[in-house]
Design a protein around this ligand. Structure first.
Ligand SMILES: Nc1ncnc2c1ncn2[C@@H]1O[C@H](COP(=O)(O)OP(=O)(O)O)[C@@H](O)[C@H]1O
Ligand SMILES: [Mg+2]
Length: 265
């Protein structure tokens, strides 16, 4: 097998990127797919979601930034409590990525934004999917994630600032295609965090749907307490997991359809 790389992104915080990355990994893993999650956000939220550490210091010195430093990602792959999910975690030190890429002799002779792609290439045989969670900015971490991707899932809540971010985000994907010299498929736009009591959110959900009718997923993820509590309870020993994930099954079905995956049963 050679993993398909999927980045979950938008340069806006709080749209559900880390939550969706974790849930998608879980749904894929439950169907028997081998999944590696790469955390490219120095906040380390999806790392915490999957590893449930008491203290972020627990992973200190064994994260994605060290993989960039030594030019090898393998020693920094952590097992999780799910047999089909591994993770390369991130912590605050990932904030030094740009400096590393522009000054380290390892990267001097290549485009700084192809480094993650090169790190992932040798481990793709071990996974069906590699999911990359990204920070709320269009800096080096996101650029590297996009260049490494075969597919990109854009997340957007129903807000003006998410709506206006989408256009600039899609422009950045176009730049990434040039660096990679390869097609990067924008799989779709997932509308998230919708609060039915807010007419302004509903209006922007509709605006995004009209403006990007070719790209949107039909599924719209609503704000729901059980889904938010995944950040506390995790995914693997969560007594309300069914309730937390129910809205995501339809989304996952759409993802599989767009990936051209057929699963029996
Ligand atoms: N569908 C949802 N309903 C309620 N809360 C959610 C939902 N999705 C995410 N959250 C919560 O909202 C916050 C932002 O989500 P997060 O996944 O961290 O977004 P991002 O990674 O884009 O910043 C987190 O506290 C998370 O637990
Ligand atoms: Mg996040």
């Amino acid at each position: 097998m050679s993993a398909k790389v999927i980045t979950i992104s938008l340069q806006k915080g709080g749209v559900g990127k880390s939550t969706t990355t974790g849930i998608l990994a879980y749904l894929m893993a439950q169907e028997g797919f081998k999944v590696l999650v790469v955390d490219m956000d120095s906040q380390g939220n999806v790392s915490d979601l999957l590893l449930q550490f008491d203290d972020i210091e627990d992973i200190n010195g064994s994260t994605i930034i060290q993989a960039f430093e030594v030019g090898n990602i393998k020693p920094f792959i952590h097992k999780t409590d799910h047999p089909n999910i591994d993770v390369v975690p991130a912590d605050d030190f990932l904030a030094t990525l740009a400096r590393l890429l522009y000054t380290d002799s390892l990267y001097r002779n290549e485009n700084a934004n192809i480094a993650l792609h090169n790190l992932l290439e040798p481990i793709k045989d071990g996974y069906d999917y590699i999911l990359i969670d990204t920070p709320p900015s269009l800096g080096e971490a996101t650029a590297n994630s996009l260049v490494a991707s075969d597919y990109v899932i854009v997340l957007a809540e129903g807000s003006k600032w998410a709506f206006t971010a989408i256009k600039r985000f899609l422009g950045t994907v176009d730049h990434a295609k040039v660096v990679r010299g390869h097609e990067i498929d924008v799989m779709g736009i997932l509308r998230t965090m919708t609060d039915s009591r807010r007419s302004d959110m509903k209006a922007y959900v509709e605006v995004i749907g009209e403006q990007y009718s070719e790209l949107i997923f039909d599924t719209i993820i609503k704000r729901k307490a059980a889904t938010g509590r995944i950040s506390i309870e995790g995914l693997f020993n969560n007594p309300e997991i069914k309730d937390a994930l129910d809205q995501y099954y339809k989304f996952y079905a759409e993802v599989k359809q767009r990936l051209g995956v057929t699963v029996n049963g």
